[in-house]
Design a protein around this ligand. Structure first.
Ligand SMILES: Nc1ncnc2c1ncn2[C@@H]1O[C@H](COP(=O)(O)OP(=O)(O)OP(=O)(O)O)[C@@H](O)[C@H]1O
Ligand SMILES: N[C@@H](CCO)C(=O)O
Length: 306
């Protein structure tokens, strides 16, 4: 059997926006999507996690859709596989599950075709599919990525990996990106846009210089968080109070509802967020995450698994 047909794609999740870097800046985190492929007579997709099984039962399989698109682009038909999906990235929580699925599907299809597409071309296709580069960039390349997409071309620059921890506060209830984008305004007042842009500039400068005080100010977004806070109970308290408890600052992770708190003192921040959500009566899972340097990788698995 061709050893290239049994393989595993591992893709990190991500926290997009980092506050004011809306639709532009994102950071890979150490929670992963694993896609295990082996040849089969017909397609089967299995997932241990119930929420992923539900998504797939609805015929809503982003990974397969993306793979089929790549094969169609080179006039080939996708052969059948057994695909085992294991994910540590919760669905619709703002930790980049859809971007990881898109990147995983693109990497798998490219591998099966003998790598006809460059990583830059995979990135362009991923951005086109997701609609913005801030999750797919970090999932594909790892680390922090600063990017701009005009609907046709994408430009991206990697930033140094920050040394802080990320406390992720993950509410139980999902929030689809589509719903969280519907509350955004069609227009921003000029002075608001100028302030938002200056914060994003400061954020970028801070990421490259390692000025963590400036980073905390740069996180203070004007583009999306003020409009999304109504959808995410507890967000305003986390944004306003976390700096009093050892945080550099906080942001809504991606489209939410996860909140990301950036800190060199994870213990103190964990205690603070656990207290806030207990007081508010909102069930959340709290994880201590790290920025993830390595992006998506493929590993051949034949002979390694039963
Ligand atoms: N592993 C997967 N397999 C198949 N489909 C997936 C997978 N992961 C995500 N999806 C699809 O992506 C949808 C979730 O995308 P959505 O953009 O709403 O959330 P998210 O990517 O987790 O959040 P964010 O973009 O804010 O970080 C799911 O409903 C499902 O359709
Ligand atoms: N930048 C995107 C990330 C979610 O996919 C948003 O905030 O809507």
């Amino acid at each position: 059997m061709d050893p290239f047909l049994s393989f595993e794609v591992t893709v990190p999740g991500s926290s997009a926006n980092l506050g004011s870097g809306f639709d532009s800046i994102g950071m890979a985190v150490n929670r992963f999507l694993h896609l295990r492929f082996s040849p089969a007579e017909e397609w089967t997709v299995t997932a241990e996690d119930e929420s992923f099984r539900e998504v797939m039962q609805k015929g809503d399989n982003l990974i397969l859709e993306v793979m089929k698109e790549v094969f169609q682009a080179v006039d080939q038909q996708l052969p059948p596989f057994r695909l085992e999906v294991e994910s540590e990235i919760p669905l619709m929580r703002g930790l980049g599950s859809s971007a990881a699925a898109i990147v995983g599907g693109l990497m798998a299809a490219n591998h099966l075709l003998g790598d006809p597409f460059s990583v830059q071309e995979l990135f362009r296709r991923a951005v086109h599919r997701e609609g913005h580069p801030d999750n797919v960039g970090p999932s594909l390349f790892g680390g922090v990525v600063v990017a701009s997409w005009d609907g046709e071309k994408v430009h991206a620059v990697p930033a140094p990996l920050p040394p802080f921890s990320v406390i992720a506060v993950i509410p139980e209830l999902p929030l689809a990106t589509s719903r969280s984008r519907k509350v955004l305004p069609a227009q921003l007042r000029f002075d608001e846009a100028v302030l938002g842009s200056s914060r994003a500039n400061l954020l970028t400068a801070a990421l490259f210089s390692g000025d963590w005080d400036a980073f905390g100010i740069g996180l203070r977004d004007r583009f999306h968080q003020p409009f999304r806070s109504a959808l995410v109970p507890g967000l305003n308290r986390v944004l306003q109070e976390s700096v009093l408890h050892g945080a550099l600052g906080a942001a809504l992770s991606g489209a939410g509802p996860t909140m990301a708190v950036f800190t060199f003192d994870p213990k103190s921040v964990r205690q603070f967020v656990e207290k806030v959500f207990q007081e508010e009566g909102i069930p959340v899972q709290v994880l201590t995450l790290s920025p993830q340097a390595e992006g998506a990788v493929i590993r051949l698995t034949e002979g390694m698994r039963s």
